[in-house]
Ligand binder design. Sequence first.
Ligand SMILES: C[S@@+](CC[C@H](N)C(=O)[O-])C[C@H]1O[C@@H](n2cnc3c(N)ncnc32)[C@H](O)[C@@H]1O
Length: 289
Amino acid sequence: MSKKHNFIDYGERGRYNPGNKLNDLTGKEWIKFTKSWFIHRPKKRKENEVLHPAKFPESLVAEFISFFTKENAWVLDPFAGTGSTLIAAGELNRNAIGIELQEKYNSIALNRIQSGNFNTKILSIKGSALKLKQVLEENGFNDLKFDYVITSPPYWNQLERNNIRQKNRKEKGLDTVYSLEEEDLGNIKDYDKFLEWQAEIFDEVYDVTKNKGYLTIITNNIYYKSKLYPLAFDTATSLTERGNRSWILKDEKIWLQDDKPLIALGVNNAWVGNRHHQYCLIFRKEENE
Ligand SMILES: C[S@@+](CC[C@H](N)C(=O)[O-])C[C@H]1O[C@@H](n2cnc3c(N)ncnc32)[C@H](O)[C@@H]1O
């Protein structure tokens, strides 16, 4: 027997079905988000926001949070950086916890949270995602299960590479690597070791996520020493082969960055691409109840 719902008319936004299990979106908004690619042109960053070398825009993460949660849900970002996920979650009346290894980025996040004046609980914790459950427990979150996790881990050794962007940042006195710490995933030299440590972190994320909850990882394939390392694809595969903590890969959404200038790479010599897209990998925890 099918259950009938009285739709709520939100005018331009479309009609909302009160039986919607996942989010607070109308059918029209839901369908719009399911396109497999998007172009996102965020506002130019403020002076104090460019120190961090690889932030993602709050407006981008807000679209994912709006799709994968309802108001008052709990969101986790285990590589929180300067807190973009946390700010987006607060602005959408969701609760959120971020974990960030570096004191300097964590303190930027804390300042941003303080000026945000949110109605929900928004926390940035300095700690290592390699000890995710321990960090949560030490901060009093023993039993908390998250509705949604969205994050962007370091793209392996991408920041170490001495490319043109890094040279320009160095000249401006901006950070070109996150840190020199061993626990910083951006400092792992060996590609396979990186994949294993990253997968171990997402094992712990699995344990603290609600059943049927989603995980989005923003990452990319990496061109290094004249060859492409399929980091995004290997990330997708590695998380789905973790025994009883295997994530189910649901999809990818491709972020097309058509606002980045083309750089003369390999001209008159050999193929080197201008990589102007990133992968948003969508996983779900699905256990039999
Ligand atoms: C791609 S950035 C994330 C940026 C963030 N989305 C933002 O918008 O600011 C990756 C972050 O992971 C942090 N990180 C690296 N290893 C970590 C670890 N073991 N635990 C927690 N954070 C770590 C880095 O310091 C860096 O800030």
